[in-house]
Ligand binder design. Structure first.
Ligand code: ATP
Ligand code: MG
Length: 568
């Protein structure tokens, strides 16, 4: 491609409404343009990168026995009414009506569609297992469609669904997909981790998220450098901490004027935070809940929600704390709380001796609280948020934290959808059984954005070679110098002939402008053809990632570039 012909309208200024770096750089590099919030056109450079990611995804899916198909984006409401998700999905679903007032949605995902497809034609165990996938637009009316392609309302996803005879089969399909995902993101040249994630309503140990490591990531993850443990902090399980044993002292009501926070109470009583109990009041669809964690710990509300099995969970305001908990904000505690309140305690709290907690009265705390003696918790469970330097639940080493962008997720669905939609088969004894399912998604457009979030500098994008829109930019210093142009064209044509996707910057621009654009678009290599090429037979190769400059003769550059590219 000659740059005089390429449609990549670059911008000098950073657009004001672009918050994250990938969004800014893709706009500036002329890769995308916004049509509406969270809806974008992909211009030729972006489309090339997307197709490369898709090709990698396709090859890895096919390698594991996946078969590609294409399902409709427009889905009738009936499918979703059968599983009950028409109502559960809420405002995130784009809905529309046809001329006969029949309800449809734009597919946010395709479990309903694929399960009804398969149930109609698969009858026998002989037709299983099956792995079917598609690469297609998905539609989700996200509350905050910010961050460009990272959180679009229309975005490209690969979704594969596995159908097996039994759980052992599902395990096999799941492992195949886990392995395929590991290969996909490695081949894309990304630093990533597969983390144990929260399975939500389905529960069980059946899901991993693939996270591209980047400071701008929305997800917090913990990982261990001593073993391969890694988890989303939302999910990371924690072992309870024991406290050194003490003689139980009698409860004592203590005046603590103005001491509302853990910080204030520990300063007032001259005790450590490990000796206090933090109480948080929540309103849920299952009634009022008081959650307890140790004073130096944070509550994980996803774990709490999973324990309660509730749909809604929100912190109670001061008014509700008075009316529904019979307490006062800042002095909440389990002893003497309204008896309709359900107490959920973190396991570590129950191991405390002679601790301090709020007394549900203004300016008063209880001293010498011994949980097993002094109050009853309806649920005792792990509900705390993991923190950096907590011990690894597998090997005990100190954990590290990082931020991640979720680019893929593998999920064991078991029989959730096959039961709801009656997708059954006859086993080898002629017995009817529900198919055992899994679903596996890759955010193709998000992967492109995540690649940039992980690979950029102040000058622009630094593409991993495998997914760069073009691999090399050949830049003649002077467009007017016929000898230079001729040498540049020769190199450009030779590279393309060798299967290395190369552009030629044949624009009538100053070299500085060409270099700036090349850095912005992020070609992994730049080859400059200047006077040295004519006088000394030398071209200059510059590596975008580390700025390294190497001179090669015109005879040796091709082989050298091929070697270099293997490392990028
Ligand atoms: P998130 O928690 O980020 O909203 P999700 O868990 O709802 O994502 P899945 O249903 O697991 O997403 O979809 C599979 C993949 O699709 C995700 O791993 C992600 O890479 C991608 N994806 C999901 N939502 C979006 C979006 N709004 N824009 C771009 N990609 C998305
Ligand atoms: Mg997900």
């Amino acid at each position: 491609m000659r740059l005089t012909q390429l449609y990549a309208p670059t911008l000098r200024e950073t657009p004001a409404d672009a918050e994250v770096i990938s969004h800014q750089l893709m706009l500036r590099a002329g890769m995308i343009r916004k049509a509406a919030g969270g809806v974008y056109s992909y211009l030729p450079l972006a489309w090339r990168t997307l197709r490369k990611i898709e090709t990698i995804v396709r090859e890895e899916m096919d390698n594991k026995g996946g078969q590609e198909l294409l399902m409709p984006i427009m889905q009738p409401a009936e499918l979703w009414l059968e599983t009950g998700r028409w109502h559960v999905y809420g405002d995130e679903m784009f809905r529309l009506k046809d001329r006969h007032q029949r309800d449809f949605c734009l597919g946010p995902t395709h479990e309903e569609m694929i399960t009804t497809l398969v149930r109609a034609d698969v009858r026998s165990y002989r037709q299983l297992p099956l792995m079917l996938y598609q690469i297609q637009n998905k539609y989700r009316d996200e509350i905050r469609p910010r961050f460009g392609l990272m959180r679009g309302r229309e975005f490209i996803m690969k979704d594969l669904y596995s159908f097996d005879r039994d759980e052992a089969g599902l395990e096999e399909s799941y492992n195949k997909m886990y392995d395929a995902y590991t290969r996909i993101f490695s081949r894309c040249g990304l630093k990533f981790r597969a983390v144990e994630a929260d399975a939500g309503a389905i529960g069980g140990s059946g899901t991993h998220e693939f996270m591209v490591i980047a400071d701008s990531g929305e997800a917090a993850i913990v990982y261990c450098e001593q073993c391969d443990f890694a988890a989303n902090v939302e999910k990371a399980e924690l072992k309870p901490i024991e406290s050194p044993e003490e003689t139980l002292l009698p409860l004592e009501l203590k005046d603590t004027p103005g001491a509302k926070t853990i910080h204030e109470i520990t300063a007032f009583l001259q005790i450590s935070r490990e000796k206090t109990i933090k109480a948080l009041a929540y309103k849920t669809d299952k009634g009022p809940v008081l959650a307890l964690v140790r004073g130096d710990h944070e509550l994980n509300d996803i774990k709490l929600q999973n324990q309660l099995g509730c749909l809604t969970l929100e912190l109670a305001d001061e008014k509700a704390v008075g009316a529904e908990f019979d307490s006062i904000a800042g002095f909440l505690g389990p002893i003497g709380i309204n008896k309709d309140v359900m107490i959920v305690a973190d396991t570590t709290v129950m191991n405390l001796f002679n601790a301090v907690c709020g007394a549900n009265q203004l300016d008063k705390h209880w001293l010498n609280v011994n949980p097993n003696r002094d109050f009853k918790a309806a649920i005792v469970a792990d509900i705390r948020l993991i923190q950096e330097s907590d011990p690894c639940p597998r090997c005990g080493a100190s954990l590290l934290t990082a931020r991640g962008i979720e680019v893929g997720q593998v999920f064991k669905l078991f029989t959730k959808y096959s039961t709801a939609l009656k997708a059954t088969y006859l086993d080898d004894n002629g017995k009817e059984k529900p198919m055992v399912m899994g679903c596996y998604g890759v955010g193709v457009s998000r992967t492109m954005a995540a690649a940039i979030e992980q690979n950029y500098d102040e000058n622009g994008i630094i593409w991993p070679a495998a997914i760069a829109p073009y691999t090399i930019a050949v830049i003649p210093i002077s467009h007017k110098d016929a000898a230079q142009m001729e040498a540049a064209v020769k190199i450009y044509e030779e590279l393309n002939k060798n299967g290395i996707e190369t552009v030629l910057d044949d624009r009538n621009e100053r070299p500085g402008v060409k270099f700036k654009d090349a850095d912005l678009i992020g070609y992994p290599l730049r080859i400059t053809v200047g006077p040295k090429a004519i006088n000394e037979n030398l071209v200059e190769v510059k590596v975008r990632r580390n700025g390294q400059v190497i001179h090669y003769t015109i005879e040796e550059y091709l082989q050298a570039v091929k070697e270099l590219l293997k490392t990028l």
